[in-house]
Design a protein around this ligand. Structure first.
Ligand SMILES: [Zn+2]
Ligand SMILES: [Zn+2]
Ligand SMILES: [Zn+2]
Length: 278
């Protein structure tokens, strides 16, 4: 299984759009290394996770053919994870030679509502009819394009269910952002379903900054707690790899610094474009 990180920043991006803090100013001077776009990942070049405003940047920067994507899993409706307006351009005069005739979107009800709202004015019927909307509930098991998907609820927001995903084909991935510490029932569900992850991607918004942190995201300390829980519930193996992502500009997410810190904790760290063979 090929897993690629396309974007690895938290909501504001790094450097952040309107920010002139010391970190963002330094990052702007070294974009080739430090640039982190809003979070997105792709599996085997056809299964996409989240759709931030920079999806088109990812298409250009990493040569991703977004028209080949058959299935899109969306975690939640926050703007850094779902920019629905772009789908208006998936057909009509705006796109030809689309590789996958249809795109199926799997998400909670709020995300699907955002899709309807944001595409209501401009989306042609001919474009709309090629996009399937599938509402996903927490603790749901379903299949999408030959992948088995397990949804669990994130600890992230009051106004929406917000989902995290287990994705299984030949290998198994757990994609855990955006979220704070997971509820006990999440571990229990994954264990009951026989999920055993080869790779775990962890929300590390706060990295090594001083706590107490908000319960909506994690840093290295919380990532360690999640790893302990996954081990305790038998959801991972001895050689499972863990990778941290989704960094805030407030966490000084310079690539070298984060990589070294992550290593101390036994984690890999993501950067935009990173490809992992799982
Ligand atoms: Zn986010
Ligand atoms: Zn900044
Ligand atoms: Zn969020």
């Amino acid at each position: 299984m090929k897993f690629q990180y396309l974007g690895t920043a938290a909501a504001e991006g790094f450097p952040a759009t309107f920010c002139n803090c010391e970190s963002c100013r330094a990052a702007r001077k070294n974009l080739a290394v430090e640039w982190r776009t809003r979070s997105q990942a792709i599996i085997d070049d056809i299964l996409l996770i989240d759709f931030p405003c920079e999806s088109s940047v990812h298409m250009m920067r990493f040569g991703v053919d977004l028209s080949a994507v058959q299935n899109l899993l969306v975690t939640h409706s926050h703007g850094d994870h779902f920019y629905a307006q772009e789908f208006v351009n998936r057909g009509y005069k705006f796109a030809s030679g689309i590789v996958s005739d249809r795109l199926e979107i799997y998400a909670d009800s709020e995300v699907l509502e955002v899709f309807r709202e944001d595409t209501r004015r401009e989306m042609r019927d001919s474009v709309r009819e090629k996009i399937g909307l599938h509402e996903v509930e927490p603790f749901q098991r379903f299949s999408a394009g030959g992948y088995e998907i397990f949804s669990i609820p994130a600890t992230h927001m009051q106004t929406e269910k917000a989902l995290l995903y287990g994705i299984r084909k030949d290998k198994t991935v757990l994609y855990l952002n955006d979220t704070g510490l997971l509820r006990e029932e999440c571990y229990r569900y994954l264990a009951e379903q026989g999920v055993c992850a080869d790779f775990v991607s962890l929300d590390c918004t706060f990295a090594d900054t001083e706590g107490p942190h908000s319960a909506r995201h994690m840093g290295f300390a919380e990532n360690c707690t999640v790893r302990e829980k996954l081990v305790a519930y038998g959801i991972v193996k001895a050689d499972t790899k863990y990778c941290v992502t989704h960094f805030s500009h407030n966490s000084l997410p310079f690539r070298d610094r984060i990589e070294n810190k992550a290593k101390e904790y036994g984690f890999l760290s993501a950067h935009d474009g990173l490809v992992l063979e799982i």
